[in-house]
Design a protein around this ligand. Structure first.
Ligand code: KIV
Length: 276
């Protein structure tokens, strides 16, 4: 038996307590192998509804279903040991009423083993956030650019310039007061994100919101160079796995066509070699 204590996943109160400390590292994950790769390096693995676009080829996150989230959520939980798994509530699963949100949040958590849900929306979702947190569902909020509202926002635009800035500040205050333990700030100007971060007691996790947030999140397929359909300014490519995969698949195709693959080392002889 090992003398080491078993690995224990991070929990929402520890994430909340990281306010103003070392930046939180958050990355999306949708599969067991990627969760295993990311787990040792990350505080939080987010099963984002971005999976609809980067894995399933959908034009937006609006077509993502509870069933898709549950399937990928289970896979990520299987691959996570120490990082906290947060799962997105898909479009249409929580906006109608706090009761609808609780029913679907409970399903996401009980059927996947994720620790927390994330949902989009500021002040107008405060009652729902309070309803969920009072009933044992930790909530990560998401304000600024909320991709599930792409049609009403009129595109994936920066949110919070000029008059809109006060609305972002109000949304941040409202989700904190409602009981969210952290808030994602998406595509918000960096000065405004710094102001929100200073004004809140819960951590802000930025994506396209500058360096002053309490943590950062990126979509894993974006930062690895696997999803290349479009590239927002805030995506830094930390790898070019798409190019590497293209070269590897092209080499495989050439070797199959030229019969260079499989070689003897990948084939089984008719008579096994005698043991010496
Ligand atoms: O769906 C997602 O991946 C997200 C992050 C971009 C924050 O919500």
């Amino acid at each position: 038996m090992s003398a080491q204590s078993p690995v224990r996943p991070v929990l929402p109160p520890e994430i909340r307590a990281r306010k103003g400390a070392a930046p939180l590292v958050v990355l999306t994950a949708y599969t067991t192998p990627v969760a295993r790769l990311a787990d040792p390096h990350c505080d939080v693995l987010l099963v984002g509804d971005s999976l609809g676009m980067v894995l399933h080829g959908l034009p937006s996150t609006l077509g993502v279903t509870m069933e898709m989230m549950i399937l990928h959520g289970r896979a990520v939980v299987r691959g996570a040991e120490k990082a906290m798994v947060v799962i997105d509530m898909p479009f249409g699963s929580y906006e109608e009423s706090p009761e609808q949100a609780f029913r679907n949040a409970a399903r996401l958590i009980s059927e996947t083993g994720a620790t927390s849900v994330k949902l989009e929306g500021g002040a107008h979702m405060a009652d729902t956030i309070a309803f969920l947190t009072a009933r044992g569902v930790p909530v990560m909020a998401h304000i600024g650019l909320t991709p599930q509202s792409v049609n009403t926002l009129g595109g994936y635009k920066v949110v919070g310039r000029d008059a809109e800035a006060e609305k972002v500040v109000e949304d941040a205050r409202a989700v904190e007061a409602a009981g969210a333990y952290a808030v994602v700030l998406e595509k918000v100007p960096e000065g405004l994100a710094a102001r929100v971060t200073q004004n809140l007691a819960i951590p802000t996790i930025g994506i396209g919101a500058g360096v002053h947030c309490d943590g950062q999140v990126l979509v894993v397929d974006d930062m690895l160079g696997l999803f290349t359909d479009f590239r927002p300014k805030f995506v830094k490519r930390f790898g070019e796995l798409g190019q590497a995969a293209d070269a590897a698949i092209a080499a495989y195709a050439t070797e199959v066509r030229t019969r260079a693959f499989p070689g003897p080392e990948h084939s089984f002889p008719d008579v096994p070699k005698a043991k010496s």
